[in-house]
Structure formats: C-alpha cells, structure tokens
Design a protein around this ligand. Structure first.
Ligand SMILES: [Zn+2]
Ligand SMILES: [Zn+2]
Length: 244
C-alpha cells in the first residue's frame, strides 16, 4: 500500500472512531437526560439536528491530525507515547494526565477568549453559541475553524510530553465525557463536590452553563485556574426548572 493511501485510511478510520465515540457518548447522556428530566430538550429538535451535523463535521476534522499522528506512531515510532509502563516512574501516570488536561485547558482558555472578540466570534464561535440552551449533542458543535483549533492540541502534545498509551486513553475519555456533560443542561456531580472546595477549581456543567448564559465569563475547559487568575470567573449557576 502506498504511504499516502495508508495515511488517508488512518485519518478516515480516526474520523470514524471520533464520530462514533461522539454519537455513543452524547446519545448515552441524551438518553440519561430523557430518563431524568423528560422534556428538558422539548422544542429543540431542529437545534439538535444542527448540533449533530456540526459535531460530525468536527469529528471528521479531529480525525485528520489524529490519524496522521497515529500512522506515524505505528509506522515510524513518532511521538512520546509509550506502552511500557515501566519506562517512566509510576507517579508520572497520574501526573501526565494532569499535565495534558492543564495544557489543553490553557490552550482552550486563551483561544476561547480570543474567539469572544466580536470579529472572531462571528467568524468562528457563533456556531457553538447558537445552541441556546445547549444539549448533550452540542459537545462538538463547532464551526470547522474552531474545530481545527481543538483538533491540533493532543496531536501536538504527544510530540512534547511523554504519556503512557493508557493514560492518553484516560485523557481522551475525560475530554469526551466532560465535553458532553458540561452541555447537557443539568449537573451530574453531587452538590458537595460542585459547591465544595474541589468545585472551586474544577469545571462542571454548572460552570460552563453560565458561560452559555452570559458569554463574558467562565472561558475555561477543565479547571477554573485561568478564569480565577484573569478575573473572568463568573461563579457557578444553579439549575432550576428546565433551565430554559
Ligand atoms: Zn460550550
Ligand atoms: Zn464561548
């Protein structure tokens, strides 16, 4: 098989995996939402269809750099992803997960703030905020330009920061689950966590929903560190009624 065909097939396979992962996780939490509070997404059928369309387009974009890097890893040993768990100290397993999440969060915070400048907002970010209120299907509902900014983060990080393949899977799982649950319109974590000491630093649905309500605060992805440091933390909202 020619090299370019192999790269193309790897990119297509990765796009399909990201798309199926999105459908499975968003579908699962949409079902959970239906069982928990029937009618929360009433009247949003057309919006949900748009969210699914943009999200599948984003999945295709996410798959391209990921597929190229996965091909290079398998064929040429690219990246600093390792599979021998003894290659680095054992503490590096959780530390690498935190390092990836923090690096992704930092990239997301600053690009997200930039995309809230009026011109950038119209060009790149209005698609994401067209979901009012967002649903579990909005996790990857991005304009292709915004999707591109997100698609490059993990494929770039694996060249810089060593990570075990299992820890990388944990990072991708957290990324997927939090992307969905932060948009689904209700809080799944216990009050004690969200309003407790840990909740002062972690972002869950209550924090990101306020970003969708007010726009000019709560730009972070996983942690409230940058929002707090830069004075953009607008606190966490409560969910009342059906949140409309
Ligand atoms: Zn959002
Ligand atoms: Zn935004």
């Amino acid at each position: 098989m020619s090299t370019s065909l192999a790269i193309l097939l790897s990119a297509l396979a990765m796009s399909a995996i990201v798309g199926l992962r999105y459908l499975a996780v968003s579908g699962g939490f949409a079902l959970a939402t239906r069982l928990r509070s029937r009618g929360l997404y009433r009247g949003l059928d057309r919006q949900i269809a748009r969210e699914i369309g943009w999200s599948l387009a984003s999945a295709a974009i996410y798959g391209i750099p990921a597929g190229i890097v996965a091909w290079g890893w398998a064929e040429h040993g690219w990246t600093r992803v390792y599979s021998d768990v003894g290659a680095y100290p054992i503490w590096w397993l959780p530390a690498s997960v935190l390092a990836y999440l923090f690096a992704h969060d930092t990239w997301f915070y600053w690009t997200h703030r930039l995309m809230h400048r009026p011109r950038w907002f119209r060009a790149m970010h209005a698609v994401h905020h067209a979901s009012r209120p967002p649903t579990a299907w909005a996790a990857m509902s991005f304009h292709p330009l915004e999707a591109l900014t997100g698609a490059l983060v993990i494929p770039a990080l694996v060249f810089i920061v060593p990570i075990h393949v299992g820890a990388l899977f944990v990072v991708l799982t957290i990324m997927t689950v939090m992307g969905v649950t932060n948009h689904m319109g209700w809080e799944m974590f216990p009050r004690g966590l969200v309003h407790g000491r840990l909740g002062r630093w972690l972002i869950t649905a209550s924090h990101h929903q306020r970003h969708h309500d007010r726009y000019a605060c709560n730009y972070g992805l996983y942690f409230r560190v940058w929002d707090r440091l830069c004075g953009t933390d607008g606190g966490i909202g409560g969910f009342t009624g059906n949140n409309r």
